[in-house]
Design a protein around this ligand. Structure first.
Ligand SMILES: NC(=O)c1ccc[n+]([C@@H]2O[C@H](COP(=O)([O-])OP(=O)(O)OC[C@H]3O[C@@H](n4cnc5c(N)ncnc54)[C@H](OP(=O)(O)O)[C@@H]3O)[C@@H](O)[C@H]2O)c1
Length: 284
């Protein structure tokens, strides 16, 4: 089918476009240059001209601390930008996938969040992404909301945790990582394959889609990164998040359970350690 992807040049967009092409889909890859999602006129024009069967909407301001400093910018792109895409999909009766985040929860729960827990976002990034979810749900009957965890992947586009840890560990003899924040690592390739699978089902709704396995702290993920990258020259030590004050609130618990997928027998996500090992092997 013909699928328009927004945010196609980003960390996940790069892998999603490749996975869709491998699955035989026709892909219209757009990023801010081709279709600025803040511009309703541009969104309507591009979607009207390209006539996709489905839009997979990834475009977002993803710098969590940047969003905290400029909440209006976060809302303009992440909430209103998503409303613009959803309105265009509504007008042309197009199915939509919206990529959201497990940070829509407040992080106070002791275990992993399911789709049946109530969001209570605490940072401006998370609030703006949650408002995006509400627009999609309100405007479209035929939509999928996919919540991801701590994303890794992207190869050359990787500007997140894995790339940072490898770069720093190659330069320094010691490194600290936080051991009191927990999340579900999510490989961009695995979630892309999962989204491609779900998009064929017609099972519209809200899904958590993270790699499986034990909830991990940033420290535990960093330990595995060093192990899989074969870096032995750097000593890693655990620290409290209080040592790294950041502008935006990070939930203590940002783990997700793919409960909807599990109950439907559709949870094909693998343990995050296996995915991380494969990703690191692919970039080194
Ligand atoms: N990364 C994570 O850990 C994570 C976790 C859960 C959910 N998500 C969600 O998953 C999606 C993809 O994340 P990602 O990590 O791949 O993000 P990313 O690498 O930052 O990619 C987002 C892309 O959107 C583009 N963009 C920004 N503003 C735009 C606009 N106004 N119009 C069109 N495009 C615009 C960005 O361009 P510039 O680079 O030029 O700004 C970038 O190419 C996002 O919706 C994000 O909220 C991410």
């Amino acid at each position: 089918m013909k699928i328009l992807v927004t945010g196609a040049k980003g960390m996940m967009g790069t892998d999603l476009c490749r996975v869709l092409l491998e699955n035989g889909h026709e892909v219209v890859a757009t990023d801010i240059q081709e279709m600025d999602v803040r511009d309703f006129g541009s969104v309507m024009k591009v979607i009207q001209e390209t006539k996709p069967v489905m839009v997979m909407h990834l475009a977002a301001l993803t710098d969590v601390d940047g969003c905290e400093r400029d909440p209006d910018a976060a809302f303009l792109t992440n909430a209103l930008g998503t409303q613009n895409v959803a309105l265009a999909c509504q007008k042309h009766d197009i199915e939509m996938v919206y990529n959201s985040t497990l940070s829509v929860f407040n992080g106070e729960k002791a275990e992993a969040y399911t789709e049946f827990d109530t969001p209570d976002p605490r940072s401006w990034y998370s609030r703006s992404k949650y408002q995006g979810e509400l627009f999609v749900e309100k405007l479209l009957r035929r939509s999928y909301i996919m919540r991801a965890g701590w994303m890794f992947g992207g190869g050359l586009k990787d500007k997140k945790f894995v790339a940072k840890i490898i770069e720093l560990a190659q330069q320094r003899p010691t490194l600290k990582a936080v051991d009191d924040k927990f999340g579900s690592p999510t490989y961009t390739v695995d979630i892309s394959k999962g989204i491609a699978r779900m998009a064929e089902t017609g099972l519209y709704g809200k899904y958590h889609m993270v790699n499986t396995g034990k909830p991990a702290s940033r420290y535990e993920v960093a330990e595995k990164i060093l192990e899989y990258a074969g870096i032995t020259s750097c000593q890693l030590s655990p620290v409290s998040s209080a040592e790294f004050p950041l502008p935006a609130h990070r939930p203590r618990m940002e783990c997700g359970r793919n409960m909807q997928l599990e109950l439907r027998g559709l949870n094909l996500m693998r343990p995050w350690e296996d995915a991380l090992r494969e990703y690191i092997a692919s970039i080194l």
